[in-house]
Design a protein around this ligand. Structure first.
Ligand SMILES: [Zn+2]
Length: 398
């Protein structure tokens, strides 16, 4: 039995004036998705448990077949995993942003989208000056880095995400709770070290904002996740350009399938993703294919890119994958975004997402195309996000 999951990140949306009252899913030309949906089960899935934020981590865990309420331990441990840092007991990972501050105001959570090369030098300097047996800095991409803290018992802190309070006085958002002063001290010390660094002097000369402070947030221990093989009895792999999802994949023991040309942006190589997915199916029982471009279009409020991303997914991933699966005797597939990223909101919304469930042993036919409205009117509503994966593995109950 071969199984595929296709995740158009953040594809769910609301009707838009620019599209004559249609959603991007309704406006896009996506014959393959619609054909698949017509002959399959269509319904909605609650990927985000009540009281949790609909991030790609929480909702991604649901799609991967895990209950976020049980397994989730913060975003940073998952991003760390994708840098090859798998946390041991007693260790905490924090997200370490390189940010720009001016007169006590956090003016840019990304330090002007600092390049990975520049950031690398800054993080190395921080490691040299502030690193110890207990603390270490690990470079990631652009403004997104990791701080590892090896005495978890020292800390029980709440932190604020810097993109939520950009433009405000950061001292009102200092970490709070046991050991918070430790993180505050590190942040204060980073200012002096970073401000004096040649990378930042060069940035200022070029008229760019210097990355003159770190911001530590989203800390946590290793997630409590049983391996996928143990939980579901089959092997799996993930194709994604997003660190977070690859990190999740590592924790559950999936193969991380690197696709050249997969960028996580509008220019991602869709055809390559489709090809690599099919290729990976030859050695794995399950492949999880994630496409970020639909979510990026939502975050930037770009209607035409969102429509185009859906059409590209349809043509270059759904079409070849479905064609390949139909040559297999036994197969199942589901298509579902992790969450809504409505164009008008430019951020994630926790709304049950539309899903298609198809397979060689699925005889129900929705006789509908794949849209939010069509999914909402079916009576098929899965209240547990992880239930869809369980059905993909074990079959749709008759
Ligand atoms: Zn997003």
């Amino acid at each position: 039995m071969k199984r595929i999951v296709i995740v158009p990140d953040g594809v769910g949306d609301w009707p838009l004036e620019e599209l004559g009252g249609k959603t991007p899913l309704e406006a896009a030309k996506k014959p393959h998705l619609d054909e698949l949906c017509y002959h399959s089960i269509l319904g909605t899935l609650k990927t985000c448990p009540d009281g949790m934020y609909p991030g790609s981590d929480v909702c991604g865990l649901s799609l991967m077949g895990y209950d976020p309420k049980v397994g989730y331990s913060g975003r940073a441990p998952l991003e760390a995993a994708n840098l090859g840092i798998v946390l041991k007991p007693g260790e905490l990972a924090f997200r370490c942003n390189l940010v720009h501050e001016e007169n006590g105001i956090l003016t840019d959570y990304s330090a002007d989208h600092i390049s990975t090369e520049e950031a690398d030098l800054l993080i190395q300097e921080l490691q040299k000056r502030l690193g110890s047996d207990v603390i270490s800095f690990h470079p990631g991409k652009m403004y997104r880095h990791i701080l590892l803290y090896r005495r978890a018992d020292d800390l029980a802190v709440q932190t604020d995400q810097p993109h939520d309070f950009q433009g405000n006085a950061y001292r009102q958002h200092w970490p709070r709770g046991k050991g918070a002063q430790l993180l505050i001290d590190l942040t204060e010390r980073s200012k002096k070290i970073l401000s004096a660094h040649p990378v930042n002097e060069a940035r200022i000369k070029k008229g760019k904002k210097p990355a003159n402070m770190i911001w530590l947030w989203g800390g946590g221990p290793a997630p409590k996740l049983e391996s996928f093989q143990e939980k579901y009895g089959i092997s799996g792999g993930v194709i994604s350009a997003v660190d977070l999802l690859n990190g999740l994949g590592r924790y559950v023991g999936w193969e991380i399938i690197n696709v050249p040309g997969a960028t996580g942006y509008f220019d991602t190589d869709y055809q390559a993703k489709g090809r690599y997915a099919i290729d990976a199916l030859r050695r794995l029982d399950l492949v999880f294919v994630h496409v970020e471009a639909t979510d990026e279009a939502g975050h930037t409020g770009n209607v035409s890119e969102k429509v185009r991303a859906i059409e590209n997914i349809d043509r270059h991933i759904v079409a070849p994958v479905v064609q390949h699966l139909k040559q297999e005797k036994d197969w199942r597939l589901f298509v579902a975004p992790d969450h809504y990223t409505p164009i008008v909101k430019k951020t994630h919304v926790a709304e049950p997402v539309p899903f298609i469930f198809a397979g060689s042993d699925v005889s129900q036919a929705s006789q509908k195309s794949y849209t939010e409205a069509n999914a909402n009117v079916t009576r098929i509503k899965l209240e547990q996000g992880y239930a869809l994966m369980a059905r993909l593995v074990h079959g749709w109950p008759r």
